[in-house]
Write a protein that binds this ligand. Structure first.
Ligand code: AHM
Ligand code: MG
Length: 353
């Protein structure tokens, strides 16, 4: 039998390379892995118990929230609120900063998460995911603040995702490559199955919602034609795959090579930023992609360089093989001056505290 390496062991072994590390950060990753197991269990049960269906509350983006989202959100919060490791949290499902209850100690990190991404896929039994990111708290004082969570993606100390698919996998980085673990349902452990993931040089797929094509800018349309191998300057002629779960779409392109994009548009004046949330989705996935040798852009520049101005900020997203994403930037630069101006206006807004 090959050596069996559990996620706990992998995290601990990695930590040994830092003799001064206190273990706090490692324990936090293990708390997230445990939360992921609980969510996975409930996700698998979702078809059997009466957990499907909508609740009456709405999340902050005005979309209907499903019960499993709330379950996942609670699990992650409760796993992290009392450990003394976390100073504050933010979740896609909460409008404001989530403070640590006064009866518990606070720690040196802040946790950003999307508890259940791709929730429209839940009741049709299609892959969904959890996304998380961790920043070091840098402000003084006991409590974590909005400034602590509104940091650039390049300052993340860890990020990762869990995909609830044909099997459950957790993929994470702490800045030393990207490692993937598959949940062995029998023993209840995440086991190292994909060490040191690198995005393949030879891309296979592109992923975008063609149903929205009517809203895309000229640059994005040209980019898409190029990916399809059309026109004079023909590109790689990739196959198209789209699930509508960011985690699943990016995961596929991470393992097989390719590009995922959810562009900004000019369709809705004043909203040139697309759909994906910067703090709960884009930054975390961009850090993973960069650690696997790829690149993520908002169409103008590196997503990891964006300084967030508000908790529920959105960002256009192009992520995957570097040369493909760079090509998207080229097309956008050549064709989309109006969009670039509108988007930069949004991206460069002053910090909202
Ligand atoms: P959610 O957080 O409400 O689930 O929405 C985010 C999801 C992403 O996972 C996915 O990439 C995108 O929305 C799909 O959007 P669309 O249905 O417009 O293609
Ligand atoms: Mg989401």
């Amino acid at each position: 039998m090959d050596k069996l390496i559990t996620i706990e062991r992998h995290i601990n072994d990695t930590q040994k390379q830092y003799p001064h590390a206190t273990g706090t950060f490692s324990n936090m990753l293990q708390d997230i892995a445990l939360a992921a197991k609980l969510i996975s269990l409930e996700t698998n049960r979702a078809g059997l118990v009466d957990i499907l269906g909508m609740t009456s509350t709405h999340n902050t983006s005005g979309e209907r929230q499903q019960k499993l989202d709330m379950f996942a959100d609670n699990v992650i919060f409760q796993m992290n609120d009392h450990t003394g490791r976390v100073a504050a949290m933010v979740s896609e499902e909460h409008e404001d900063l989530i403070e640590i209850p006064v009866e518990y100690d606070t720690g040196n990190y802040v946790l950003l998460y999307d508890p259940l991404d791709g929730s429209s896929n839940i009741d049709v039994n299609v892959s969904i995911g959890t996304i998380f990111a961790i920043h070091r708290k840098f402000t003084k004082g006991e409590k974590g603040t909005i400034e602590d969570v509104l940091q650039e993606g390049k300052r993340l100390v860890a990020s990762g995702y869990v995909i609830y698919g044909s099997s459950t996998m957790m993929v994470y980085t702490t800045g030393q490559g990207v490692h993937g673990f598959t949940l062995d349902q029998g023993v209840g452990e995440f086991v190292l199955s994909h060490p040191d993931i690198r995005i393949p040089d030879d891309p296979a797929y592109y992923s975008a919602n063609h149903g929205s094509e009517i809203e895309w800018t000229e640059g994005v349309r040209h980019f898409t034609r190029w990916l399809q191998g059309r026109g004079d300057d023909a590109g790689p002629k990739l196959k198209q795959r789209y699930i509508g779960s960011l985690v699943a779409d990016v995961h596929r392109n991470l393992l097989k090579g390719g590009v995922f994009y959810y562009p900004g548009t000019l369709q809705d004046p004043g909203k040139p930023y697309g759909k994906i949330r910067l703090l709960y989705e884009a930054q975390a996935m961009a850090y993973i992609i960069s650690q696997a040798g790829g690149y993520s852009s908002d169409g103008v520049g590196d997503i990891l360089n964006i300084r967030p101005h508000t908790l529920h900020q959105r960002s256009p997203v192009f992520m995957g093989n570097r040369d493909l994403v760079k090509k998207a930037e080229d097309f956008i630069r050549a064709h989309d001056a109006e969009w670039i101006a509108a988007y930069k206006d949004y991206r460069n807004r002053e910090l909202i505290l």
